[in-house]
Every structure is written in C-alpha cells, then in structure tokens.
Design a protein around this ligand. Structure first.
Ligand code: HEM
Length: 81
C-alpha cells in the first residue's frame, strides 16, 4: 500500500532508487543498524529478498498522492487525489 512499516521505512522503491539500490539493501540486511537488527542470511536468501523488493517496486504506486504518513506509523488522507 505504500504506507511504510511501523518499525522501519517503506521499502517499496529502495531497489530502484538512484541513491540506494541492491548493494545498499544488502548492506542493511547483513550489518543492521542501531535501530534495525541484522539478518545473517545466505546469499541465496538475500538475492531472493532483493528480487522480491525489486518486483514490489515495479508493481505498486508509491508514494500515494492523497495519503500522508506520520512519523509514528499512522496515516492521514489529505483529500487530494
Ligand atoms: C527482511 C526484513 C527487512 C528488510 C529487507 C529491511 C531492509 C531495510 C533497508 C533496505 C533499509 C534502508 C531503507 C532506506 O534507507 O530507504 C532499512 C532501514 C531500517 N530498518 Fe529494516 N529491514 C528489515 C527488517 C527490519 C526490522 C525487523 C526492523 C525493526 C525491528 C527494521 C528497522 C529498520 C529501521 C529503523 C531502519 C532505518 C535505519 C535506521 O534508523 O537505522 N528493519 N531496512
């Protein structure tokens, strides 16, 4: 739906983003951050997850033009289409 996650950022466009992409996503998964746990997966698992994220990015519209997300994970509709 393009409304992001409650615990972390929306990942819809993370692979197609010019300043992010595959290696960027892999780095987050393998290393984690202060606020995101690391996921020590095999290369095969990581590739599958990246393929999935890439696929999702091609099938949905994000951001939704009439929806505004709040920093605490809920959303408001703005009325514009
Ligand atoms: C398979 C599951 C996950 C994947 C593929 C994933 C992937 C990512 C990616 C690619 C980013 C960078 C996003 C960007 O810069 O646009 C990110 C950031 C982040 N993720 Fe995850 N993540 C996962 C699970 C989680 C979980 C379980 C949590 C929380 C418990 C979490 C919390 C965060 C947070 C808070 C950030 C922002 C970076 C920071 O503040 O340190 N993620 N994640």
């Amino acid at each position: 739906m393009g409304l992001g996650g409650y615990m972390g950022p929306d990942l819809t466009n993370v692979i197609s983003s010019p300043d992010k992409g595959e290696n960027y996503a892999k780095a987050f998964l393998l290393s984690g951050t202060e606020r995101m746990p690391k996921f020590p997966m095999s290369n095969t698992e990581i590739e599958a997850l990246i393929d999935y994220l890439e696929h999702i990015g091609k099938t949905v519209t994000y951001p939704l033009s009439n929806v505004k997300t709040t920093w605490y994970g809920t959303f408001e509709t703005t009325g514009d289409e």
